[in-house]
Design a protein around this ligand. Structure first.
Ligand code: DAT
Ligand code: MG
Length: 151
């Protein structure tokens, strides 16, 4: 079991709808460790770099407009298996297909307004944290409750 890092982001609709606390809570309550957090207005070139694998998709321009339409909340989370677990907590890309109990399943209805991003692999977790956070913005710390979450 490998300690991993994942990049989680509350998208502009999640911020506008006042869902930031709710979304952070899901990862906190699960027992993962928050290592980075900031409110941030994403410039277009960063959005394009973040979603570079989707450049050729027809929805790409709308996706970039959406992600840059207001502030996002950038987060880095750490834990054993955090990448896949966070994807499960987030739910399917299309919120109507996402299971109840997941963030998208509970809080969203449309793919184009699916409130949250989560890295899809440990490699992308590292890549995205390096992309969205500057050196020194990520904190490595030991939660006092660590031994009550992992033996
Ligand atoms: P995910 O965010 O679940 O990792 P993804 O990486 O395939 O999904 O796509 C990134 C984002 O792009 C997704 O959250 C919303 C948007 N998107 C994906 N597929 C789409 C589609 N068919 N129509 C509109 N937007 C789409
Ligand atoms: Mg993705």
């Amino acid at each position: 079991e490998q300690v991993e890092q994942t990049y989680i982001m509350v998208k502009p609709d999640g911020v506008q709808r006042g869902l930031v606390g709710e979304i952070i809570s899901r990862f906190e309550k699960k027992g993962f460790k928050l290592t980075g957090l900031k409110l941030f207005q994403c410039p277009k070139d960063l959005a394009e770099e973040h979603y570079k694998d989707l450049t050729s998709r027809p929805f790409f321009p709308k996706l970039i407009t959406y992600i840059t339409s207001g502030p996002v909340v950038c987060m880095a989370w750490e834990g054993v298996g955090v990448v896949a677990s966070a994807r499960k907590l987030i739910g399917s890309t299309d919120p109507l297909q996402a299971e109840p109990g997941t963030i998208r399943g509970d809080l969203a209805v449309q793919t184009g307004r699916n409130v949250v991003h989560g890295s899809d692999s440990p490699e992308n977790g590292k890549r995205e944290i390096a992309l969205w956070f500057k050196e020194g913005e990520v904190c490595h710390w030991t939660p006092a409750l660590a031994l009550w979450i992992s033996e």
